[in-house]
Design a binder for this molecule. Structure first.
Ligand code: FDA
Length: 308
């Protein structure tokens, strides 16, 4: 399987330099990233909303070792939320945040990340929208869920992400399938050890289905973040089985991945939210998208060679 080795190789500084010095205009980067500025993110959101889709916007960046960088990330989100409100788009666009970009891994990190996340949640509330906490590698799961619990006391609209590849996730789905809670279920994008996560695709898919059932049967708002046609069909069937209408759950997909399917589902009346990443720190995100599909990787390597 290519995914694990590629994610590990991507930590090499040489590879990172090679990839990040390629011009942003390189086709693959442009396909997955909305651009570098909040203006770019707002423009892409306007286009998506214009064709009946919703957006979840992510200011790219993760794993900071610098508290002042965490401040920069907060300022970027506040600016983005103001622009979305001014553009009349905030009812259709929420924001996604990564706690490691807000300082979670620093000394006293969980408290710092919580305070930073609170600032963003407050601004989101003012803009009439909401925040979802992305989930990162398994060493951060407990801390992220703890932060979620604290944030939801004041901001119950705050959403969580759970990753079906972790053995613990069925139990986490049960805990979170309660009224008012929004849970985005994904397969999981990090290279995780066998001690905590299923390694085999079939096992991950089976876990995803078990988790979907728990969320669909529960009282919360299930969000199916997948491009997988089989899981999408099972999700549609489960929604029917549990008496959920097309607006009682949501599909989410990445910007640039299966855009025709996004529109097909939206045209059937389903809520479809596109995850729109923007910013200059796009390397980690891009590598995870490339690792999901060898065809993307081949295309990207070819574009690096021809441009270099
Ligand atoms: P899978 O990877 O099996 O793909 C199924 C099919 O979809 C493929 O056969 C292909 O047709 C298509 N496809 C999938 N990825 C593609 C790509 N990059 N390019 C082209 N085609 C592709 N992860 C995480 O760990 N923490 C998080 O917080 C999030 N957040 C998140 C939000 C949203 C909105 C989405 C859609 C996904 C995430 N993820 C995530 C990522 C997730 O864990 C997972 O890595 C990807 O969604 C890919 O998994 P699929 O379920 O799409 O299945």
């Amino acid at each position: 399987m290519l995914r694990g080795p590629l994610l590990r190789l991507s930590r090499s500084h040489k590879i990172k330099n090679l990839v990040t010095t390629a011009p942003l205009s390189s086709g693959v980067v442009e396909r997955f990233i909305a651009g570098e500025t909040s203006g770019d993110a707002v423009a892409v959101t306007r286009r998506l909303v214009g064709v009946g889709l919703l957006a979840a916007i992510d200011y790219l960046g993760e794993d900071t070792a610098d508290p002042s960088y965490a401040d920069t990330v907060v300022v970027a989100y506040l600016d983005l939320l103001t622009r979305l409100r001014e553009a009349g788009l905030s009812a259709s666009a929420e924001v996604s945040i990564k706690l490691t970009a807000l300082g979670q891994q620093l000394r006293d990190g969980p408290q710092l990340a919580l305070e930073n996340a609170e600032l963003i949640c407050r601004a989101a509330r003012k803009a009439d929208t909401a925040v979802t906490l992305d989930m990162e590698d398994h060493t951060t799961t407990d801390s992220t869920l703890e932060t979620l619990r604290t944030l939801r006391k004041e901001y119950p609209e705050t959403g969580a992400v759970l990753q079906a590849y972790l053995y613990r996730t069925e139990a986490d789905c049960r805990d979170l399938a309660e009224a008012g809670s929004r849970v985005r279920l994904c397969k999981g994008a990090y290279a995780e050890p066998e001690s905590v996560a299923f390694q085999n695709r079939r096992e991950i898919d089976k876990s995803y289905i078990r988790c979907m059932k728990i969320l669909m049967a529960g009282n919360g708002f299930p969000i199916l973040a997948t491009h997988d046609p089989t899981l999408i069909n099972i999700g549609l069937q489960l929604a029917k089985d549990y008496g959920r209408g097309p607006r009682d759950f949501e599909f989410q997909m990445h910007y640039g991945v299966r855009p025709t399917e996004q529109l097909r589902l939206a045209n059937l009346g389903h809520a479809v939210r596109v995850y729109v990443p923007y910013g200059t720190d796009w390397y980690g995100y891009l590598i995870r998208r490339l690792a999901e599909r060898p065809a993307n990787l081949r295309f990207f390597v070819r574009s690096l060679i021809t441009k270099g």
